[in-house]
Write a protein that binds this ligand. Sequence first.
Ligand code: GLN
Length: 481
Amino acid sequence: MTIHELAEAYRRGETTPSAVAEAHLARIAALDAKVGAFLTVTRERALAAAAAADARWRAGAPRGPLDGAPLALKDVLCTKGVRTTCGSRILEGFVPPYDATVVERLEAAGAVLLGKTNMDEFAMGSSTEHSAFGPTRNPWDLGRVPGGSSGGSAAAVAAELAAGALGTDTGGSVRQPAAFCGVVGLKPTYGRVSRYGLVAFASSLDQVGTFARDARDTALLLGAIAGHDPRDATSVDAPVPDYTAALAGGVRGLCLGVPREYFGEGIDPEVARAVREAIETLRGLGAVTEDVSLPTTDYGIAVYYVLAPAEASSNLARYDGVKYGLRTPGAKDLIEMESRTRAAGFGAEVKRRIMLGTYALSAGYYDAYYGRAQKVRTLVRRDLEAALARVDVLVAPTTPGVAFRLGEKADPLAMYLNDVFTVPTSLAGLPAVSLRCGFSAAGLPVGLQLIGRALDEATLLRVAHAYEQATGWLARRPALA
Ligand code: GLN
């Protein structure tokens, strides 16, 4: 069941949060050896939260529709007393002394947190193959990747091991795995959701996002986690609308922009066809469409893969063996201890990014790489903002292809190219959502991406909801068990 269906069932007394938590924990025990979505299952914490939710529903005083909802958290979000690894050996033994703001907010809403999900190490990747603890597999085809870096969260929701989940999106890490796993993945506007307690990758891009099975659940999750937080200096102090109420508007009269550059060379024809059909469906529902051009689209990858590693090289300097997690013993001095710890604790992709980022920031190269990339970032943002001044929402594919096979993208550049349609929005700080818009001939989900104006997540959810209501895609479920 979806989160909103569960809340209905709790209200009618047909089931209880404890029974639902037990059912999800049993399903995780039965299936997660195949999927690999979870790194840690917090059984005791979940059952205690569920029992408290039972009592509230029984008393007719639930905290809201998330009360008793079984959810999962990407292992990049700090959880007090529960290890938080970021998919890395270097944080294998790290137990945070505090909860991330989003975790606090979900628990305040009554959510039952089932555990922490697998991810590419430090959120660097597009397949969850870069986790130090083994890959996650796509519930639609266990030989394929779930996408990444939030692959564990996406797979958990697709495999019905959790009703919803949180992930993070720096360059596509919510939207791309949502597309590959056929669930709804929302990256909010930069600043919409607090980053306090989110382990930093690239701070000017990182944003917490949601995974759910439909737009209504996405509205519930976003409503719970959005809003100003004085503990995050980049958090936006703007009112949070009622996202559920905003679902109802329909698409009649909305103008949808179709960016030409998102349908060009390199896109899988099956993806292009499914997305074009979705656009026709939205037109049939009364939306107006307009062709637009985003000429800087091609620069997104190059800019992102300078800026994100640059910021990462700075953020990851804190893993020095002194304060957190791993320390390799036996070194004769501090420098040797740090260098041995980092050599042993970080995986190949993380090391690659630290080296690239350090290079891009170093004296003599800063202007040519980091400074130049910042300027092009502004052009990418202006491009998107100019288009969104004319249209309400941009509609495009989320990814150029469907889920690929494990091991298929061994070349880092081939992996990076996956992010071509998600990084421009990240660079611009704009909100975007990916939702299921069909299947390939091989039965793999295709993702439709909707990109909106800053802080206008409500319109994205409204379009997503109208599309879901008009199509039958959500009925299909992976044949896992
Ligand atoms: N795939 C992109 C990367 O490897 C995006 C990751 C993310 O959004 N965290 O950096």
